[in-house]
Design a protein around this ligand. Structure first.
Ligand code: NAI
Length: 445
């Protein structure tokens, strides 16, 4: 099968989920673009959107319609060329509506697995549970005459485990989109021991068409992205727990969130990021990774405790942030959860006292957003970190420890052969996590 044939019949499993819906959108547009090429006019392209509820799938169709319309509005010039032989399409609006129609007409929703039996390619984006993934993949593979390729979006499960347990014999590849798939540029591609070279080649072509930045990761639980994030999060949590011996935990959480965001000039503090991803998701990813890491304990009692109190973070359906370690108003943290009192304490009540303990921020600090737009970013960073490294305040010391730990985690990803090289780790953090500088740097050497 060549590239086009492979994309003639595709299934997205978990199509109504956060990741699945984005993968569906990108794949639907790529398939529609192929279907509109003159040489492919005789082919029939089918994209099965499989999930457990019809209601959720109806929502996905609404999402697709809106998103495809937005994408079409941005590429009317190109679409005008595609529809050059359609003399009935005159206004931009008509061209846009035709494209929305053409993309949507490829998509078939289903709550059964059967349609997937005809697919040559299956994107798997269901819950991060190895047993459920193996069950569905086995069922599809046993019933398909096409020996389908599986592109799994797993965040943490080693691909060779899925390969072995679902008996796929190398017809599986980790194709790890970042959230949301349509916006995030990064894809981590994970080739397992037996993965065929033809899958890797196809994945490169497909990623290129989607204009993604590909970073290859070796097949170790958590890969590069979560390999860094989970350990980085545990560092923040453990430091907060240490500080909490001398202050209330909610103040310690505020402090470590501020250290990891403001002092390290990251887009979000670590507790905000845990809330964004979801306390439950972080806890679960650690639990999936942990058995594969005999020399480490990737686990946090504090996450368990917050889960027990149903304080979970995550996102509402409209994308807004649910409360977790922090409480949010208009997307900004305004309070921190006090686990003893089981209530949120406004940050304004303790911020000044905590900030005084941390000491002055370095005078040369530049906020993350301003730094990204700074043409002299490298020099600005060097000046800032030189100043930070020369300081001996509580805040500067916590930040130095944090930066060093992030660097150490990253170097270990290279020495453990999870990442091929230092540049790949930096690219994942720069592209997938929007950091302003890579964790492997001279500032914390
Ligand atoms: P989600 O919970 O939003 O979506 C999962 C979807 O799978 C749901 O719509 C659910 O109904 C569906 N599903 C569950 N069992 C099914 C079954 N038996 N048949 C068909 N559909 C079924 O989860 P999310 O966050 O989209 O994650 C999906 C995968 O992507 C996981 O493997 C996760 O680790 C990975 N991932 C998640 C990221 C994130 O930031 N959310 C980022 C990168 C990867």
């Amino acid at each position: 099968m060549d590239y086009v044939e492979r994309l003639e019949n595709v299934t997205v499993l978990g199509a109504a989920g956060k990741m699945g819906s984005g993968i569906l959108l990108l794949t639907a547009m790529e398939m529609a673009d192929l279907s509109l090429q003159p040489e492919n006019k005789s082919r029939q392209f089918v994209l099965n959107a499989v999930d457990v509820s019809n209601e959720a799938l109806a929502g996905v169709l609404r999402f697709l319609r809106e998103q495809v319309r937005k994408a079409a509005e941005k590429k009317t010039v190109a679409l005008r060329k595609v529809y050059a032989d359609r003399k009935d399409l005159i206004e931009n609006g008509e061209i846009i509506e035709q494209y929305v129609f053409d993309v949507l007409s490829i998509v078939r929703t289903s709550t059964c697995l059967e349609p997937a039996y005809d697919s040559g390619l299956v994107f798997e984006a269901i819950v991060e549970n190895p047993d459920v993934k193996v069950k569905l993949l086995t069922q599809i593979d046993n019933n398909s005459a096409k020996s389908p390729w599986i592109f799994t979006n797993t965040s943490s499960i080693p691909i060779h485990e899925l390969d072995k347990k679902a008996n796929l014999n190398g017809r599986i590849l980790g194709f790890h989109f970042y959230n949301p798939p349509a916006v995030q540029k990064l894809v981590e591609v994970i080739k397992a021991e037996k993965t065929g070279e033809d899958l890797v080649e196809f994945s490169s072509a497909y990623a290129k068409k989607l204009r993604k930045v590909v970073v290859p990761s070796n097949d170790f639980a958590g890969f590069i992205g979560n390999g860094h994030f989970m350990r980085d999060a545990l560092h923040g949590i453990k430091e907060a727990e240490k500080l909490a011996k001398d202050m209330p935990l909610h103040e310690a959480v505020y402090i470590m969130n501020k250290i990891s965001q403001e002092y390290l000039i990251r887009p979000m503090g670590i507790f905000q990021l845990i809330d964004y991803v979801g306390v439950d998701v972080c806890q679960y990813i650690m639990s999936v990774m942990n058995p594969y890491l005999p020399d480490e304990d990737l686990h946090s009692d504090l996450l368990d405790e917050f889960m027990g109190m149903e304080v979970k973070g995550g996102q509402y359906a409209d994308g807004s942030q649910k409360d977790g370690f922090l409480k949010y108003e208009k997307g900004r943290p305004v309070a921190v959860y006090n686990k003893e009192k089981k209530e949120y304490v406004p940050i304004a009540d303790f911020q000044a006292a905590c900030d005084e303990k941390l000491g002055k921020l370095p005078g040369t600090i530049k906020p993350w957003k301003a730094l990204l737009g700074d043409p002299a970013k490298e020099q600005t960073l060097k000046t800032y970190f030189d100043e930070l490294n020369g300081m001996n305040t509580m805040g500067a010391n916590l930040a130095k420890d944090y930066g060093k730990r992030s660097r150490e985690i990253s170097l270990k990803l290279v020495s453990d052969n999870v990442a091929h090289n230092e540049k790949d780790v930096n690219t994942v953090l720069l592209t997938g996590f929007y950091h302003a500088y890579g964790p492997i740097n001279e500032y914390f050497a």
